[in-house]
Ligand binder design. Sequence first.
Ligand code: GDD
Ligand code: MN
Length: 351
Amino acid sequence: MKVSIIVPTYNERENLPELFERISKALKDYDYEIIVVDDDSPDETWKLAEELSNKYPVRVIRRTKEKGLSSAVIRGFKEAKGDVFVVMDADLQHPPEIIPELLREIEGGADIAIASRYVPGGGVKNWYWYRKLISKGAIMLGRLALPKIRNVKDPVSGFFALRREVVENVELNPVGFKILMEILIKGNYKKVVEVPFVFGLRKAGESKLSGKTMLNYLRHLYRLMRWEGELDRLIKFSIVGFSGIIVNEGFLWLFVNLGLDKYVANVPATELAILNNFLWNDLWTFKDLKRKPLWKRLVSFHIAALTGAIFQWAIYVPLVWLGLHYLVANLVGIGASFIVRFAVNRHVTWG
Ligand code: GDD
Ligand code: MN
């Protein structure tokens, strides 16, 4: 088994000697190459890497036209000769000593082995609580939006190993910011495992990932949802939701005209709308996902409706209390309820 270690770099000159030394110690029992993909760093990282190739099995790709972390990794995949690819950062936040653990998982049958901050034993060094919160929140959002990766605890890690076949002949979007997430959605694989590691401190230089990161991440999520067909489901779910409003209003009108009390008529009208929505979502929105028996889907759909209603109310009340116009507050509540209902139905009812 030959291993290709892909290291994207931009101004990492000071980190290279220690990085290469620690890799060579950790991988002394392996046949490996290191591929440095450098975007013409002003500090001449590429040059030092070339010099160090006397001492270590390093190949350097100096890109002058393209830029960007993900596209650098994809370029590395194209150049790599190994059977297994490892992707890692140059700044030693990813300890090279973890690489053999990742490779053992691959040898044991995994297609992708992720060095993970968020499985027991993993973590991050010196992060403020809010930085952890943002990181975890972003990951949770990704796992909710993309059911395919919902069991992966750290789908945005920049440190992982995979078999060549996982990405070979796969069209990966280089704009995609989190390359691992892109691979987890589009790659060819069956088994993913996560190995704990502690995301360390940068040894030298500075981080290149800045404030635009969050917005980029959301755009990437959006694109992957579209690719997965999840966006189509969201649209269908909302069309069905609108049909439910019509059913609800129609039956309410009918029952009141038949002489039913206005307060009472609301109950069967709502239930009929819920049944209408269930029917169309079952036949259309989630038609390929009927894994649970009908009665369970029905019960779960009702629970989702109830959960949504509770959310709607729990958001409406404080917003009105804070002085927001009650109609606006209600709209915000409806929006929240919609998201909650979609998530519960996607992951549980048709999960
Ligand atoms: N070729 C190239 N081009 N390399 C780049 C570029 C680029 O435009 N931008 C960054 N890199 C290299 C850096 O030199 C470093 O080796 C690695 O990519 C990671 O960049 P950092 O700037 O150190 O990123 P970070 O520490 O903020 O983020 C890391 O952790 C995240 C998890 O919190 C990365 O590993 C992310 O991928 C990861 O999601
Ligand atoms: Mn870093």
